[in-house]
Design a protein around this ligand. Structure first.
Ligand SMILES: Nc1ncnc2c1ncn2[C@@H]1O[C@H](COP(=O)(O)OP(=O)(O)OP(=O)(O)O)[C@@H](O)[C@H]1O
Ligand SMILES: [Mg+2]
Length: 260
């Protein structure tokens, strides 16, 4: 049965998409069957894995509309292999954001992605959901559909309070819609080593969240955006790069936690 992890942070540009792609790619290299779902209308994850979404293409929005309308379709419809990495993606484009806004009045709105994911649970070992920088209805769908939540944090701009906003949304979803939901872990993304504020924030996060903060921290590398521009994971593009190796170590930590 697939383990489903949502990658969440309402702050933009903290490394959600890069983490989804690279964690997924590291899992896939270890023999796991991996599906990445793009729940962000920016479509960065799809593009970052070489998938240029055509206007007529069946995307996650179509799948959610089919669920909403009760249309019976093949659950694998629209899922495509990444161009270079041995994993699968359910792409998105900007129509997803408009769909999200139109959903607000539907009582079943928060449950659509969960219904979709349930139909795929025997086809994959890991399903990772890349979320948009918001805690709106699309991210709510991801929280309802997931077993757990991973939060990438850039402690330069985001400390304990920022993470608490996310965990409070998580607790809300847990209470009302997904009692099993738990915090998978917090991963510190170190984009700039020198700032004192950042060091304090990182230390405070470790004090507050203890072993929920991964030992592995993600260093800065210009190769992250280079790999993205080439439509492949960093581990595929340059497996010896220090950030690629950190992602591999993070994948090992996540898998080790799952064995416990
Ligand atoms: N460890 C890193 N070192 C250097 N650059 C990075 C690192 N991680 C991500 N980046 C780059 O930073 C930018 C933002 O990263 P990313 O798209 O993963 O963030 P995001 O949280 O998904 O953003 P958004 O909220 O807009 O979806 C990208 O250009 C990416 O290539
Ligand atoms: Mg993103």
């Amino acid at each position: 049965m697939a383990k489903v992890i949502a990658i969440v942070n309402q702050k933009g540009g903290v490394g959600k998409t890069t983490t989804t792609i690279n964690l997924g790619a590291c899992f896939a290299r270890k023999g796991e069957r991996v599906l990445l779902i793009d729940m962000d209308g920016q479509g960065n994850m799809s593009r970052g894995l070489g998938c240029k979404v055509k206007r007529s293409q069946y995307t996650i929005r179509h799948a959610l509309v089919d669920i909403l309308n009760g249309t019976d379709v093949d659950p694998m419809k629209g899922i495509v292999p990444a161009k270079f990495d041995p994993l699968y993606i359910m792409p998105a484009n900007k129509q997803l954001s408009a769909f999200g806004s139109s959903l607000k009045s539907e009582p079943e709105a928060p449950y659509l992605l969960r219904a979709y994911v349930e139909r795929l649970q025997w086809s994959f070992d890991h399903i990772l959901i890349d979320c948009s920088p918001s805690l709106g209805v699309l991210t709510q769908n991801a929280l309802v559909a997931s077993h757990s939540v991973m939060i990438p944090v850039d402690p330069e701009f985001f400390g304990v309070e920022g993470v608490e906003q996310i965990t409070s949304t998580m607790n809300d979803v847990q209470r009302k819609m997904n009692p099993e939901l738990y915090l998978e872990g917090i991963v510190i993304v170190k984009r700039n080593n020198v700032s004192i504020a950042k060091r304090t924030n990182a230390e405070n996060l470790r004090l507050r969240y203890g072993d929920k903060v991964y030992k592995t921290e993600l260093p800065s590398s210009v190769k992250a955006s280079e790999a993205h521009a080439h439509g492949m994971s960093l581990i595929k593009y340059m497996s010896w790069n220090h950030l690629a190796r950190a992602y591999d170590a993070l994948a090992n930590e996540v898998l080790a936690n799952e064995q416990q």
